[in-house]
Design a protein around this ligand. Structure first.
Ligand SMILES: Cc1cc2nc3c(=O)[nH]c(=O)nc-3n(C[C@H](O)[C@H](O)[C@H](O)COP(=O)(O)OP(=O)(O)OC[C@H]3O[C@@H](n4cnc5c(N)ncnc54)[C@H](O)[C@@H]3O)c2cc1C
Length: 466
């Protein structure tokens, strides 16, 4: 078989190219010395994708490509998959469907068994600062969604990638070559050459910035302090009843918002952990995830430099006048989990990918950064990965070139990504409005009145039901 290949394998840097001769016309799927013809791209090479960033989008792409037999290498600056922050992520039905498609059934089963069950999110509530319900949006329980810890999801998405995942490898820049390939450079002096470079390097992406010639997102004007409070016999009774059916976003005077959600997979997962025989489920201990949001001007000094104790104290000051139980829950946070976040957002009305389809592209927060207030960032990054993998499958099958696949991916992504950013920044605009003197005065009057009206509405609804 190899006699039909001219020069068989040419070692070019750290990748190998296969050159075909006309006399050899293998059929799709035919093995060639351990490779299959499906791995060959038009022009005669093995398609190799270099991904920068092992976040949710980069790992989902790596899983999708390796399952299709496309060579992929992911470079991540973190030294360990667990060496990251984050609380809980929400994956909508599109992200779930994508992961179902791209992970082996046993692998997806582990994701389900590590995620809080559907009972944990039957509605999304909006409340006032006394934890009185203002309104609630029921969730569609017929579609699949997952609520899963960020570190847990990252660990599970990294499962099985083996040597394809290069940790402790910080991308510094790239160069494209006349033959259409691209070389990525790393802080340790190493390089990696491939047919496509994908920046999945999140907010502040170096890859996307190099492509766009400018940063692809900016500070959104609202920042947050988030943390996790372990749920124990002492703290559980303090959790507002309002949170039993799902997360809540509460607004108070002065333009302060607070996101709250109970994350308790132990009390019910989306699948039985005992059914995970090949890939083990990861069950996180129960906690209350909280995140206070306020306009940048509300944070004194340099909040980024504060330690956990000071951040908890600052959160307490921002929540002055709020429900005492909630304040006590914040005080009981695990100090190791408390962090300050300056939210970034892309301009949803701008061209999100102002570069032509070619050997370099980007996905997820690198392109369309959005604050966590929409619960959509991880799901959108996974949706991008799904779309890009689908387009690259056409390249693999010999139906199109990499630049045209990238062009189509970028166009299709633009159809939903701007809208996701717009939805996610909406709560930040409410916070900014509430922070103005008029907003604060209006909130003092309107929020309790709104809560009372909602209460009355529930009484009437209940009496009609009887
Ligand atoms: C620490 C952290 C905590 C978060 N917590 C939450 C949360 O609790 N809830 C929520 O809704 N969203 C959270 N997010 C945001 C959420 O994870 C992302 O919005 C979403 O997952 C989009 O995924 P992504 O793959 O585009 O980016 P990310 O998941 O942010 O992944 C980007 C990856 O690229 C790596 N990277 C960056 N630069 C380089 C480089 N030069 N070289 C190599 N690697 C690089 C980063 O280390 C990171 O692993 C968090 C993000 C981070 C970084």
């Amino acid at each position: 078989m190899s006699s039909a290949l001219t020069g068989a394998m040419e070692d070019n840097g750290n990748r190998k190219f296969v050159h075909m001769v006309e006399v050899f016309e293998p059929e799709a799927g035919m093995p060639i010395d351990g490779l299959t013809i499906k791995n060959l791209i038009p022009g005669g090479g093995i398609m190799k994708v270099v991904v920068i960033g092992a976040g949710m989008g980069g790992l989902a792409l790596a899983q999708a490509l390796s399952r299709r037999g496309i060579e992929v290498v992911v470079h991540e600056r973190d030294r360990a998959v667990e060496a990251t922050g984050g609380y809980r992520l929400h994956l909508d039905h599109l992200a779930c469907a994508a992961l179902r498609r791209h992970l082996a059934p046993q692998h997806y089963q582990a994701l389900l068994a590590s995620s809080a069950g559907r009972r944990a999110f039957t509605r999304f509530a909006v409340a006032d600062h006394r934890m009185r319900l203002l309104f609630a949006e029921p969730q569609d329980l017929t579609v699949e969604t997952l609520m899963i810890g960020r570190v847990t999801l990252r660990r599970l998405l990294a499962h099985g990638l083996g040597d394809s995942l290069r940790l402790g490898s910080e991308f510094t820049g790239h160069e494209t070559h006349p033959d259409g390939t691209v070389t990525a450079h790393f802080a340790d002096g190493g390089t990696e050459r491939g047919d496509l470079l994908v920046g999945a390097d999140g907010v502040g992406s170096r890859v996307a910035q190099a492509l766009a010639g400018r940063p692809t997102s900016s500070l959104a004007g609202v920042s947050g302090i988030a943390g996790r409070t372990p749920l124990t016999a002492g703290t559980r009774p303090l959790v507002p009843a309002l949170l039993t059916p799902g997360p809540a976003l509460a607004f108070g005077p002065g333009g302060v918002g607070l996101f709250l959600t109970v994350h308790d997979p132990e009390s019910g997962t989306a699948a039985d952990p005992a059914s995970c025989t090949e890939v083990a489920a990861i069950i996180e201990p129960p906690s209350l995830v909280w995140g206070v949001l306020a306009p940048d001007a509300a944070y004194p000094g340099r909040p980024r430099e504060l330690d956990a104790a000071a951040l908890i104290e600052l959160t307490g000051a921002l929540l002055r006048g709020w429900c005492p139980d909630v304040r006590a829950l914040v005080d009981a946070a695990d100090p190791g989990s408390v962090a300050f976040f300056g939210f970034h957002a892309a301009d949803p009305d701008a061209d999100l990918t102002p570069w032509p389809g070619g050997a370099v592209t980007a996905l997820g927060d690198a392109v369309h950064a959005m604050p966590p207030t929409g619960g959509m960032a991880a799901a959108t990054a996974i949706r991008d990965a799904d779309l890009l993998a689908e387009e690259l499958a056409l390249v693999q099958d010999g139906q199109c070139t990499i630049p045209s696949a990238v062009h189509r991916y970028q166009q299709r992504m633009a159809a939903y990504a701007g809208e996701a950013v717009r939805t996610s920044i909406q709560p930040l605009r409410w916070i900014e409005r509430l922070a103005t003197p008029t907003g604060t005065r209006a909130a003092r009057i309107a929020l309790p009145a709104f809560a009372a009206a909602a209460q009355l509405g529930r009484v009437f609804t209940r009496s009609r039901d009887v």
